[in-house]
Design a protein around this ligand. Structure first.
Ligand SMILES: Cc1cc2nc3c(=O)[nH]c(=O)nc-3n(C[C@H](O)[C@H](O)[C@H](O)COP(=O)(O)OP(=O)(O)OC[C@H]3O[C@@H](n4cnc5c(N)ncnc54)[C@H](O)[C@@H]3O)c2cc1C
Length: 400
């Protein structure tokens, strides 16, 4: 294991998909002495638990543009990093079972056209063709983008990290950053139990655990953890090449992972209602502790939903299940960029369920801001931390 150096040009805190992507782009841009510090193992946070979906079908323009930029990178991931993340461009298929749901699927079509992303509405017959055997007679219709798909987040973490190290970055695992070191209006490094590391720049990429860390530099960042779950069942070899399927109204999703199927689902309230996201921010932004349990009420709901949607799932036996934390913000969008009042301090965190798919764009753009003064490939000023203090709300919140 690499020993903790005492100085670095840039410290990246957090070795999830966002931190390793940023370390890769820093090293790739020729930045010397980049150090990534991860308190556990690389990919051990939320990145270990995601569904790996990659989609363009968002309601906000910046999200769509981040997807276009990211997907171009995901397609060439092997060429850029020498790693592989099992990207399969099989599309995302949204299903609506009500006329209201169908209307909301139609709403962003002009946005997709403006961004050059081919998205089309589907009839029940077209839906049934895409996923053979799937029940479609209860549906009002669907929406599909063939450029969407899914990959493997942990393979991607490994690929980015290995490429960053090959380009000269150092990675230290098993060391927690206890505090940011701030002197007046600038950050000068980080503090760990193994000593301080001085650095000209610090990027905080600590996902759901960002708020307590930035608080050590008196910076309030409204990010908190919200547990969501995934279940795996199978094998279902005949469904191994299907799109990611998402029921808009219920929030039930499924995708193949090899011959298995992975199911994602909303939370259920005590009266059985569907809860896709939290009602609002907590009073204290402490950072979640430990791994959340999978609520017992979810398995019967998933079994029933899956059996309704596809006869192949008539008797689903759940082989594995786990929960981990969405990194929420008040508008379900991340904080990416500099912290205005602390020179040298940057944040890339709070992706609320889409941090994997947008990691390449996030890494590239936050590194542009760090090295060039501002991001030039896309304007990311709407993702600035300042939006929460000015009250400006550039995004319509949306959690799938
Ligand atoms: C159920 C579920 C399904 C999802 N499905 C998808 C999907 O289909 N597509 C998609 O794009 N996204 C999905 N996501 C979201 C995605 O997984 C996350 O947005 C993404 O992994 C966040 O990456 P990250 O690097 O910001 O955070 P993390 O992966 O959590 O990484 C943060 C890292 O920081 C480390 N850390 C924290 N504090 C410190 C400290 N003080 N010192 C040192 N290290 C520290 C942690 O150990 C951790 O490794 C899903 C999430 C969940 C929960």
């Amino acid at each position: 294991m690499t020993e903790l150096p005492r100085t670095a040009s840039t410290v990246v805190v957090g070795g999830g998909i966002v931190g390793v992507a940023a370390a890769y782009f820093l090293a790739d841009r020729g930045e010397q002495d980049v150090l990534l510090i991860e308190r556990d193992r690389l990919g051990s946070g939320t990145s270990a638990g995601g569904l790996g979906g990659i989609r363009h079908q968002f309601a906000n323009e910046l999200d769509v543009r981040l997807s276009v930029l990211s997907t171009a990178f995901w397609r060439e991931f092997d060429a850029f990093t020498g790693g592989s993340h099992a990207f399969e461009e099989r599309g995302y298929l949204f299903l609506a079972d009500s006329e209201g749901g169908l209307a909301s699927l139609r709403e962003p079509l002009s946005l997709y056209e403006r961004c050059g992303v081919p998205v089309r509405m589907l009839s029940r017959i077209e839906i049934a063709d895409l996923v053979p055997g799937m029940r479609a007679d209860d549906l009002a219709g669907g929406r599909f983008c063939a450029l969407d798909g899914y990959g493997d987040p942990l393979d991607a973490v490994a690929g980015f990290a290995a490429a960053a190290v090959l380009e000269g970055a150092r990675v230290v695992e098993g060391v927690e950053v206890a505090a940011l070191v701030r002197e007046g209006d600038r950050v000068t490094g980080v503090r760990t139990r193994d000593g301080d590391v001085s650095a000209g720049r610090v990027l905080v990429a600590t996902g759901a655990w960002t708020a307590p860390l930035t608080a050590t530099a008196s910076v309030h960042v409204p990010i908190w953890g919200y547990a969501r779950s995934i279940m795996e069942a199978g094998p279902y070899p005949s469904l191994s090449r299907t799109p990611m399927v998402i029921e808009l109204e219920s929030g039930f999703h499924f995708r193949p992972k090899g011959a298995m199927q992975r199911f994602a689902m909303p939370n259920l309230s005590t009266d059985g209602g569907i809860e896709k996201g939290p009602a609002g921010p907590p009073e204290v932004f402490g950072g979640p502790v430990g791994r959340p349990a999978v609520p017992a009420s979810l398995e019967p709901w998933v079994r029933a939903r899956a059996a309704w949607r596809h006869p192949a799932f008539a008797d689903v036996r759940i082989a594995r299940s786990w929960s981990c934390y969405y990194e929420m913000t008040p508008d379900d969008h991340p904080v990416v960029g500099r912290v205005p009042e602390v020179e040298g301090l940057y944040i890339a965190a709070g992706f609320s369920g889409h941090g994997f798919m947008h990691a390449p764009a996030t890494g590239q753009l936050v590194v542009e801001e760090m090295l060039d003064g501002s991001a030039s490939t896309l304007d990311i000023s709407d993702l600035s931390l300042e939006r929460f203090s000015t009250g400006r709300r550039p995004f319509a919140p949306a959690v799938l």
